[in-house]
Design a protein around this ligand. Structure first.
Ligand SMILES: Nc1ncnc2c1ncn2[C@@H]1O[C@H](COP(=O)(O)OP(=O)(O)OP(=O)(O)O)[C@@H](O)[C@H]1O
Length: 789
């Protein structure tokens, strides 16, 4: 039966304006020719089919019956000239007239403006990727089509037992679109048919071979439903036996003798037939159902890109089958994307996006919303597809919840992602390094937050150290020195690893060959404090009291004696320092951690390290004003290095101070106090703390410098300054011409100001004369001979 054309002038049409973003978007898309359109349309068709299947699962009044769920592609060449149409149809959920208008005429997606900004500003390269990445699906049709018709009709339902098929029509350069009832009537029964009237230069897409290539390149994984391509060809087929027999039987009598010969010689009669065939383009079972041995890396990558709409390749994946423990067997693939979304650290709370974990039952997509069982924050970047074999197919989310399966999925995925990364660390260190670069901090977050998996996750974390770029805790333990019972670390958020390595606290450990973890990420210190020990070794902050090398007992007897002697010898200095620095530290001790530095400030066991103190002050929380904070702040020790010549010199000076009955030398005492105070402040800075009063500190440094240079301590700098001249109200206000440029080139100013003077505009030059005179601070002329000017 002849159907009226899709677009007849007789039909009354409703005209709509595109939402402005859509107009912007179409401009970008249309100007960049890419092959992605077919992938986008297939992916939309797949979504529509999935939606229908889900709806039918939940609502039994919908059924898709025996007519199947599929996607078809058909190229139709123009009979009267070059060019033609490409028709992509699906038997999915379809769209009502209102849906045609809202879905295709508006962009509701939140990321769209962002995309527009990026796409408009970037150059043409990689646009296909961008389009794919942002899934701007339907509009990519205009890459290849001058005009696009979308005919669509929703399935019959009790609410609408007789839905009308509607058409959306728009040309590539229109800023509006039309909708109208399809003049052909309801030709689809159910679903959507997209007709692309191909541009002249897109005629290649009329060749089925090219479409086959494209689909296998971009879309073989975009759909779990069969994709059929219409093919037609002329074929020479042998004429049917019956006909042949008819011919031979006529002259059967004569032919008997020569039968054999005749059969060989006589050309087989053939005829040309026109064969039309729907060829399935994706005959393979879905990738997760296949044996991992038979799936190539390329297939895994393309499947990932198509399913999770990521234009980059995944870093790693793991394909496995298993049993949930509650009797549900499943197959799954989990992927590690090559980058962590920028929003990862910004989003508060649990955030898994809708495509991240796709739960299927017997190949049927059920949900990607695991609700309260979604992955914990640290693993929220995992992309997974999981297909359960034996759940009842009519599962709704509610019944799913009660099957315990969702909860199990969560721990299954977490377990496997940890297993996979652990294996990767052992077998492919290079790739694991990449994983570290992207997910290092997320894994640390996991080790802090996911108590159940803490040990395994902590084993996957890596830290910088004074010996290696990256070290695992287990590697640290392996490399420990004899007797060593502590894992040494120094933490200072934001400092470079090098600066940490150069710290006074690390110098001795480095010199003696101990490994020190250099922690500069916010989560590092939280993690080690949270875990307290690893494989029986306690974490020890090297900036804190309690540092033990573990070989102290084995020190030879005479060495111990020497230490005792040292303590005795330095006692006068220790007493003196204790008194001088009593506001800053609780005690003064001889250090076992310094090599070349004269002294350092060390946090007591329960005091705050510089790092913690900084974080607390910066957070400006109530905590910082808490008296406990003040108390903990002072829980510090001043450690002095007996081998430093400076300390040795200081000891001599303290000993030389005349005591009360000898008559005090006030000046010498003052001198010494100043030196000590600078030394202690220096130690604070060197140990990462702030000096209590930096003005005082620099004044003292200033005085000591004067003394060492032999400059008078009381001589004042000439502190007269030239006051800023007032504005003369009798002159017109100075106007700075606004030429739109607000940046002034410093060089211009310099050239012009080399000589004092005033630049007059050309037209004023002979009308105005200006005299300049130099004035002093009080505003009096400096050169009485100014009238010579
Ligand atoms: N074949 C189709 N059947 C039913 N609805 C469709 C079809 N194609 C598009 N739509 C509807 O039009 C909307 C817009 O499609 P478009 O491709 O522009 O974006 P999208 O599919 O939402 O995004 P993405 O491509 O990232 O999934 C879809 O969300 C869907 O509701």
């Amino acid at each position: 039966q002849e159907v009226p054309d899709l677009d007849t002038p007789a039909v009354p049409k409703e005209k709509h304006d595109y939402q402005s973003d859509v107009a912007r978007l179409r401009k970008i898309v249309i100007n960049r020719l890419e092959d992605v359109f077919i992938r986008e349309l297939i992916s939309n068709a797949n979504d529509a089919l999935e939606k229908l299947r889900l709806t039918a699962l939940k609502d039994s009044s919908y059924h898709y019956g025996a007519d199947g769920l599929n996607i078809t592609i058909k190229a139709v060449k123009n009979s009267d000239g070059p060019g033609g149409k490409l028709i992509i149809a699906d038997t999915g959920i379809g769209m009502s007239p209102e849906e045609l208008t809202t879905n295709l005429g508006t962009l509701a997606k939140s990321g769209t403006s962002d995309f527009l900004a990026r796409a408009e500003s970037s150059d043409a390269t990689g646009q296909g990727n961008l389009i794919g990445a942002f899934g701007l699906g339907f509009y990519s049709s205009f890459l290849v089509a001058d005009r696009v018709y979308v005919a669509s009709v929703p399935p019959k339902s009790p609410k609408d037992p007789n839905p009308t098929q509607y058409v959306f029509s728009s040309s590539a350069d229109d800023s509006s679109f039309e909708t109208y009832p399809d003049p052909r009537g309801n030709t689809l029964g159910r679903g959507t048919e997209i007709t692309l009237v191909l541009k002249e230069d897109a005629a290649d897409y009329l060749d089925p071979k090219n479409i086959m290539d494209l689909v296998s390149k971009h879309s073989s994984f975009s759909s779990t439903f069969p994709i059929y391509l219409f093919t037609e060809r002329d074929e020479e087929v042998p004429v049917e036996d019956e006909e042949n027999e008819e011919v031979t039987s006529e002259d059967a009598d004569e032919a008997v003798v020569e039968e054999v010969e005749e059969k060989e010689d006589k050309p087989v009669k053939t005829k040309t037939v026109h064969v039309e065939e729907w060829l399935q383009l994706n005959p393979e079972p879905p990738i997760w159902m296949r044996d991992p041995k038979d799936v190539t890396d390329d297939e895994y990558e393309r499947f990932y890109q198509a399913t999770f709409k990521d234009y980059e390749e995944p870093l790693a994946w793991h394909h496995f089958a298993g049993d949930s423990g509650s009797g549900v067997s499943f197959r799954a693939i989990i992927y590690v994307p090559s980058r962590l979304d920028e929003s990862f650290w910004q989003n508060q709370g649990l955030s898994t996006s809708t495509v991240d974990v796709r739960l299927m039952v017997k190949r049927v997509f059920i949900t990607s919303d695991l609700g309260e069982d979604s992955l914990p924050k640290w693993a929220s970047w995992v992309k997974a597809i999981i297909d359960a074999e034996d759940l009842p197919l009519n599962v709704s989310r509610e019944t799913l919840q009660s099957t315990k399966f969702l909860k199990q999925i969560r721990s299954i995925i977490l377990r496997h992602i940890i297993q996979m990364l652990t294996k990767l660390a052992e077998e492919d260190p290079e790739k694991f390094n990449k994983v570290q670069e992207v997910y290092g901090t997320a894994l640390k977050l996991g080790a802090v937050e996911d108590k159940k998996n803490q040990q395994k996750l902590a084993a996957l974390t890596r830290f910088a150290s004074n010996k290696r770029e990256r070290v695992a805790l287990d590697e640290y333990v392996e490399g420990k020195r004899k007797g060593q019972k502590q894992i040494f670390y120094l933490a200072d958020v934001g400092k470079s690893v090098k600066a940490l390595g150069d710290s006074v606290f690390v110098e001795k450990l480095t010199a003696r060959g101990y490994e020190v973890l250099l922690l500069n990420e916010p989560l590092d210190e939280i993690l080690v404090q949270n875990m307290r020990r690893w494989k029986g070794m306690a974490f020890q902050d090297v900036a804190k009291a309690g540092l033990e090398f573990g070989d102290e007992e084995t020190d030879p007897e005479d060495e111990k004696k020497e230490q005792e002697a040292q303590k005795e010898r330095f006692q006068p200095l220790i007493d003196y320092l204790k008194e001088q620095a009593k506001d800053l530290v609780r005690d003064v001790v001889i250090s076992n951690r310094l090599v070349t530095s004269p002294c350092a400030i060390v946090a007591d066991k329960f005091g705050y390290t510089a790092n913690v103190q900084k974080m607390m002050s910066a957070s400006n929380s109530k905590q910082a004003q808490d008296p406990m904070f003040e108390f903990a702040k002072k829980q510090r020790l001043l450690e002095i290095n007996p081998r430093s010549p400076l300390i040795e010199g200081l000891l001599r000076r303290v000993e030389q101070l005349p005591d009360e009955d000898e008559g005090r030398d006030v000046e010498a005492e003052e001198d010494l106090r100043e030196v000590v105070s600078i030394l202690v402040d220096g130690a604070l800075v060197r140990s990462g703390f702030d000096v209590p009063d930096s003005n005082e500190f620099f004044k003292r440094v200033d005085r000591v410098l004067r003394r060492s240079l032999g400059v008078s301590e009381t001589a004042q700098a000439d502190d007269t300054v030239k006051p800023a001249p007032p504005v003369d109200p009798s002159l017109p206000s100075e106007e700075i011409p606004d030429n739109g440029e607000h940046w002034v080139d410093w060089k211009d100013i310099k050239d012009k100001t080399e000589k004092a003077g005033v630049e007059l505009p050309e037209d004023l030059k002979d009308k105005v004369s200006i005299e300049l005179e130099e004035i002093d601070e009080e505003g009096n002329p400096v050169h009485p001979g100014h009238d010579e000017l």
